[in-house]
Ligand binder design. Structure first.
Ligand code: NAD
Ligand code: WQD
Length: 340
C-alpha cells in the first residue's frame, strides 16, 4: 500500500491548495484539522476538483491520544504541518492561546512523530521571523530578527525547537518554508482564502471591497522609505506556495537536518500597486484613504528566491495579474467564502 502524507491544517487556506496538489500528484493524504479557522467544504470542493477525497480527521494537534492513533492506524511517511493560529492582532490580545496552539501543538506533534518513527517534516514558517531586515532581498542565511508580536514569536520559537531537535536527533529531515505573502486562489475559483470576520490582510480586504462587502480600504501609511511611500511586500500565488511544498517534500528525503527555504517571488509590490493591479483584473474601483501606519508593520520585505530555485528546482511561476484575477474569480464565485 502507498504511504500517506499527514497534512495538519489541511482544510485551511494554504493547506487546502497543497492537499489538492498532493492528491493530483498521486499522494495519499490524511488531513487533520480542528476546523477552528476553516470549513470541511474546502475538502469537499477538493474532492470535486480532483475526483479523489483526502481522508479527513477532525481533531486537534494538541490531542496526543488522537495523534498516536493516527500514526498507528495509517502508514504515514511524512507530515506537512500547517495547523496553527495566524492572526497577528489576535495573538497580541490572546498570546497564551497562540503559544499553546502553535508551540505546544507543534511539540505534541513532534513527540508523536518521533514515537511513530516518522522523521520527515515540512513546517509552515513565515518571513516574519526575519524581523525588520535592513537589506533586501532577504536570504535564508540572514540572521532571524525580532518578530513584533506573539504570532511571529511562536513561529520563531518553533523554528528554534526544530533546530535543537535536529541537532540532537540526526534522523530528522526538516524543511522550514518561510512564506512571504501568499495570495490568490486555485484557478477554478472553487477554493481560496476565507477569512473569519473583518480581514486583517490586504488582499482579502481589497477583494471584499470589490464585491461590495466593505466600503473603503485604509492604506496604512504613505510615508515609508519606498518608491510610493506605501509598504512593499513579496506577494506570491498560493498555487506556487503549494507546489513549493511538493518540491520540499521530495528534497528532504535526501537531506537530513533542518533546511530553510524562502517561498517568495523575489519581487516586491507596494500597496498602491496592488490596488491598481486588482482594479485592472476586476474592472472594479477600490476606494481608499491613507491613514497612519499600522503598529508593527515594516516598510518592505521581499525574498531572495535563489536557494529554493537551486536546491528545490522550484520558482514561483504565476504573475501578479494572475494572482489578482484568481483572487477575484474566487471572491465572485464564493462571496461568502465557504459559508454559502
Ligand atoms: P489557515 O488558518 O487558513 O489554516 C490553518 C488551519 O489550521 C485551519 O484550517 C485551522 O482550522 C487549523 N488549525 C488551527 N489550529 C489547529 C489545531 N490546534 N489543531 C488542528 N488544526 C488546527 O491559515 P493559512 O493561511 O492556511 O496558514 C497555514 C500555515 O501557514 C499557518 O501555520 C500559518 O501560520 C502559516 N503562514 C501563513 C501565512 C499567510 O499569510 N497565510 C504566511 C506565513 C505563514
Ligand atoms: C500587506 C501590506 C500593510 C491591510 C502578515 C503577517 C505575516 C504573514 C503575512 C503569516 C502592508 C498594508 C494591509 C490593510 C494596508 N502571515 N495594508 N491596509 O503585514 O505583510 O504580513 O501576513 O505569517 O506574519 O504579519 O500582510 O496583508 O496584512 O499587509 O495598507 O487593510 O498592506 O501595511 O504594507 P503583512 P498584510
Amino acid at each position: 500500500m502507498k504511504k500517506k502524507i499527514l497534512v495538519t491544517g489541511g482544510a485551511g487556506y494554504i493547506g487546502s491548495h497543497t492537499t489538492l496538489a498532493l492528491l493530483e500528484a498521486g499522494y495519499n493524504v490524511v488531513v487533520l484539522d480542528n476546523l477552528c479557522n476553516s470549513s470541511v467544504k474546502s475538502l469537499q470542493r477538493i474532492s470535486t476538483l480532483c475526483k479523489i477525497a483526502p481522508e479527513f480527521i477532525q481533531g486537534d494537534i494538541r490531542d496526543r491520544t488522537l495523534l498516536d492513533r493516527i500514526f498507528t492506524s495509517h502508514d504515514i511517511s511524512a507530515v506537512l504541518h500547517f495547523a496553527g493560529l495566524k492572526s497577528v492582532g489576535e495573538s497580541v490580545t490572546t498570546p497564551l492561546n497562540y503559544y499553546e496552539n502553535n508551540v505546544s501543538g507543534s511539540i505534541n506533534l513532534l513527540q508523536a512523530m518521533k514515537q511513530a518513527g516518522v522523521f520527515d517534516l515540512v513546517f509552515s514558517s513565515s518571513a516574519t521571523v526575519y524581523g525588520e531586515s535592513k537589506v533586501m532581498p532577504i536570504r535564508e542565511d540572514f540572521p532571524t530578527g525580532q518578530p513584533t508580536n506573539p504570532y511571529g514569536r511562536s513561529k520563531l520559537i518553533i523554528e528554534q525547537i526544530l533546530q535543537d531537535m535536529a541537532k540532537s536527533e540526526p534522523q530528522w529531515c526538516i524543511a522550514l518554508l518561510r512564506y512571504f505573502n501568499p495570495i490568490g486562489a486555485h484557478p477554478s475559483g472553487m477554493i481560496g482564502e476565507d477569512p473569519n470576520g473583518l480581514p486583517n490582510n490586504l488582499m482579502p480586504y481589497i477583494s471584499q471591497i470589490a464585491i461590495g462587502k466593505l466600503k473603503k480600504l485604509s492604506v496604512f501609511g504613505r510615508d515609508y522609505p519606498t518608491p510610493d511611500g506605501t509598504g512593499v511586500r513579496d506577494y506570491i500565488h498560493v498555487q506556487d506556495v503549494a507546489e513549493g511544498h511538493l518540491c520540499a517534500l521530495n528534497a528532504i528525503r535526501e537531506r537530513n537536518g533542518v533546511n530553510i527555504w524562502n517561498l517568495g517571488t523575489g519581487v516586491g509590490y507596494s500597496v498602491l500597486e496592488i490596488i491598481k493591479a486588482f482594479e485592472l483584473a476586476s474592472g472594479r474601483t477600490v476606494p481608499f484613504q491613507v491613514i497612519q501606519r499600522r503598529s508593527g508593520d515594516i516598510a518592505e520585505c521581499w525574498a531572495a528566491p535563489e536557494k529554493a530555485a537551486k536546491e528545490l528546482g522550484w520558482t514561483a511561476k504565476r504573475s501578479l495579474p494572475e494572482m489578482m484575477s484568481d483572487t477575484w474569480r474566487w471572491q465572485q464565485k464564493s462571496p461568502n467564502g465557504y459559508r454559502d
